[in-house]
Design a protein around this ligand. Structure first.
Ligand SMILES: Cc1cc2nc3c(=O)[nH]c(=O)nc-3n(C[C@H](O)[C@H](O)[C@H](O)COP(=O)(O)OP(=O)(O)OC[C@H]3O[C@@H](n4cnc5c(N)ncnc54)[C@H](O)[C@@H]3O)c2cc1C
Length: 389
């Protein structure tokens, strides 16, 4: 039996290096400045698109790199580890790009994928509704067929990046499937469509990417705005939601790497007792070592989930994507907390920028699917325990 070392392929290692270099030019200072001044990540986003990093998962014939979720998640992990996480990568190329690649018509792929790949078209994603929350089976946004059009009516909340997006992939249900288990119908809705309005949600998280409540008041879209089949079922949605979870896990791992790097550097250099740095004390060293172990566990999980997704094993990929998102969220929270603590008072100064990261990391426990909903999933599907909700 041949024994191979567990490493990523050479191409992905090179991809990581290239992303690290580009994202490193921007880093945390750029993100913080944009957030402070109401700016966006556009300059970095477009440069990443030009370099081919945003579209690595999109098929080559539609302007992408022809790789998979393993590549795209590596890109996001590296940009987050460089201090410049691109939240909208979770949405535009990962969710929307994957759904259109797998469920769209030839014409839809030609229309949207090349510009999603190079970053010039940013597509947001809207499933969450205020009255449904974690229970997406309860969404009420409805699409009604009217001749050559569909008419959408409903509301969405916490939708990221709508102010920067040209369109939003809206998850709705058709008039014929208005109640019961969700049969999703997915529509690409331009953000300038009549009847489409957005309202910013003031958030405690200081980031360039903003969240919005959306109102769809009889928004008319042509029939070819429907991606996939209105009767296609849940798999069409999960063609995007599993990538979303993998990307969430990878982004959290990148945040954790950034926080851990900062903390270790500080622990080596800060000295308040004799000549020893604070990192010589086990009270500082052990929590950092623990985070390092949790981080490597979480990275293995998203890599496994992505490999399964890329191999076309959607069912098992779903299980591991959930676990990867859970593990990423946990280690990002632990890493940022330990990093703040290692920095003492400096951990909460704006200069070191770690306080705001506590909030960013916390997001990984809530979105896109909460820690509890993942535990429910694993208890039921991986362990065969009774459904608890
Ligand atoms: C910064 C940010 C960006 C976001 N971006 C987007 C986006 O771009 N597009 C989009 O569609 N959505 C987006 N979301 C929404 C996100 O996916 C939801 O916030 C998330 O799914 C949780 O839903 P909720 O907030 O309604 O919480 P709720 O469903 O109200 O849950 C509240 C709490 O109850 C717990 N809970 C609920 N049900 C159960 C149960 N059965 N068992 C145990 N515990 C339970 C949850 O775990 C949670 O802790 C974003 C959210 C945030 C904060």
């Amino acid at each position: 039996m041949t024994q191979t070392a567990f490493t990523e392929p050479e191409e992905r290692v090179a991809l990581r290096e290239a992303v690290k270099k580009l994202a490193g030019k921007y880093g945390r200072e750029y993100v913080d400045k944009q957030a402070r001044e109401g700016g966006k990540m556009t300059e970095m986003w477009l440069e990443m698109g030009q370099a081919g990093f945003l579209g690595v998962n999109i098929p080559e014939e539609f302007g992408g790199g022809g790789g998979g979720m393993s590549d795209l998640a590596a890109v996001l992990e590296e940009s987050a580890a460089a201090g410049a996480p691109l939240l909208m990568m979770v949405v535009s190329p990962a969710i929307c790009g994957s759904i259109i690649s797998r469920c769209g018509t030839e014409e839809q792929k030609q229309r949207w994928l090349p510009s999603i790949a190079d970053g010039t078209h940013l597509m947001a994603f809207g499933i969450t509704e205020a009255d449904a929350g974690s229970n997406s089976h309860q969404i009420t946004t409805t699409a009604t067929r009217d001749g050559d059009h569909w008419v959408l009516k409903g509301q969405k909340t916490f939708i990221s990046g709508v102010d920067e997006a040209q369109s939003v992939l809206i998850v709705s249900r058709t008039e014929d499937a208005k109640t019961g288990k969700l049969k999703p119908a997915l529509f690409v809705v331009p953000t300038d469509a009549p009847g489409f309005t957005k309202q910013p949600i003031p958030m405690s998280w200081n980031a360039p990417e903003k969240q919005f409540t959306l109102f769809l008041d009889d928004v008319r879209v042509p029939v070819d705005a429907l991606v996939g089949d209105e009767d296609g079922g849940l798999w069409q949605l999960f063609a995007g939601l599993n990538p979303e979870r993998i990307m969430g896990g990878a982004m959290s791992c990148g945040l954790a790497r950034y926080a851990l790097d900062k903390a270790v550097a500080y622990a080596k250099e800060r000295s308040v007792w004799k000549d020893q740095p604070i990192g010589a004390h086990q009270g500082i060293a052990h929590p950092l070592a623990k985070v390092k172990i949790e981080l490597e566990q979480a990275r293995l999980l998203w890599q496994k989930a992505a490999a399964l997704y890329d191999a076309g094993d959607d069912f098992t990929a779903g299980e591991y994507a959930n676990m990867a998102k859970y593990a990423g969220g946990e280690v990002a929270c632990n890493a940022t907390d330990v990093a703040v603590h290692t920095h003492g008072g400096n951990g909460l100064t704006q200069e070191y920028g770690l306080g705001n990261m506590l909030v960013a990391a916390r997001l990984g426990r809530i979105a896109p699917v909460s820690r509890e909903m993942i535990l429910n999933f694993v208890a039921m599907h991986s362990l065969g325990l009774p459904k608890s909700y």
